[in-house]
Ligand binder design. Structure first.
Ligand code: ZN
Length: 99
């Protein structure tokens, strides 16, 4: 595994998007924590679409989550490896029923 040396990542929903559409989640890896705002966006090509914005940074990623062929993200990790923490994190939150 390419990422075997990295500490395990956990994702937690900090603010539910169910009231006004804007959610916040936190990805923790080892001692590093990053917060992201997430808004579901219209997606007409399969899967569910999300705009994910890392708080405190300028970076905005459009993330699509669904069947394997319907997963995509604009980050460098996804471009390089075909997978990333944004896709896997949102998949975990969807599995938990949080999104
Ligand atoms: Zn990504």
């Amino acid at each position: 595994m390419v990422e075997a040396h990295q500490p395990p990542r956990t994702i937690r929903l900090v603010r539910s998007p169910k009231t006004d559409g804007v959610g916040v989640f936190r990805i923790t890896a080892g001692r590093r924590s990053q917060f992201y705002a997430v808004v579901e966006v219209r997606c007409e090509i399969g899967g569910r679409g999300f705009a994910v914005h890392r708080l405190g940074m300028g970076t905005l990623y459009h993330v699509r989550v669904g069947a394997p062929r319907d997963c995509s993200c604009e980050c460098l990790g996804f471009l390089r490896w075909g997978r990333c923490k944004h896709v896997s994190g949102l998949q975990a939150l969807i599995r938990q029923g949080a999104l």
